[in-house]
Design a protein around this ligand. Sequence first.
Ligand code: SF4
Length: 304
Amino acid sequence: MIVREIKCRQAITKCGFPGGGWAINPYVGCGHGCVYCYARFIKRFTGHTEEWGKFIDVRVNAPEILAKQIKSPKYQTGNIYLGTVTDPYQPLEGKYRITRKILEVLKDYPVRVSILTKSKLVLRDLDLLLQMKEADVSFTVNSLDDEWRKRTEPFASSVGERLEAAKSLIQKGIKVDVMLGPYWPYFTEAEMLVQKFKETGVSHLFSESFNAIGGNWNGVEKVLKRNYSELFLKMRNIILNPQEFDVFYKTAGENLCRVCQKYDLPVTTYFGSGHAGKKFTRKNQKTMPRAGVEPARGLSLTGF
Ligand code: SF4
């Protein structure tokens, strides 16, 4: 892993999520190493030629720059998403504490902060989250199968650790949502997951289909060929054949909504090819049965 300490000129920027708002990314790159990571597209904008997952730029002055930027009232309206193209609690955060320093700045302003992560390390900053005007945390969990997790999200917290962390935050009064994404053929056990999320006490379930553009499929293909050869062709057919894709995700979406209705868990789905959130939210909300669906608040571009 190549780690560089860099200086940034801007710490907070416009967020590309459907609901707008602002984004803060303490790092460029991510050490969780998810094979399907959607954030790899930022290599094009940052001049990185290394393989995704093999480099991390630590934006060491981000808290200092943020302290100046956040004084502008424009940044104090709309949601601030912490970690849209990186995980703010990836392993290096244990050493650098950039995310923690960012929260120390934000806690003095009337802002709403949403943290997107796959790490239990977020618990470290509970003291700061409790001082925020508004803060919520979203964990990504897409399967209860920890072997699948180890192969596809090798350096993230285990599924059990994420659920435990979610429970601890909820018990302390922090709102926690869950992103069931990507929703995988064969590996996403919808009903068991929803049951677990409900027991954990999460407020809302968001789910998205897999987005195969930009090389996101290549790493998944390698994992399948190496470890699940019997599923490889079937899964590839669902993901890469548009007709099969539509059939699978239509059925999966209907099933997920039915299950969420059964467990009384509000759900929003972003199922469709390409950039699922932008293209298909409205259509899905018209055509799919939903359990307490609210308007989309945001979408993880990174698979969070
Ligand atoms: S999907 Fe999220 S947690 Fe995984 S490597 Fe990408 S940015 Fe990191």
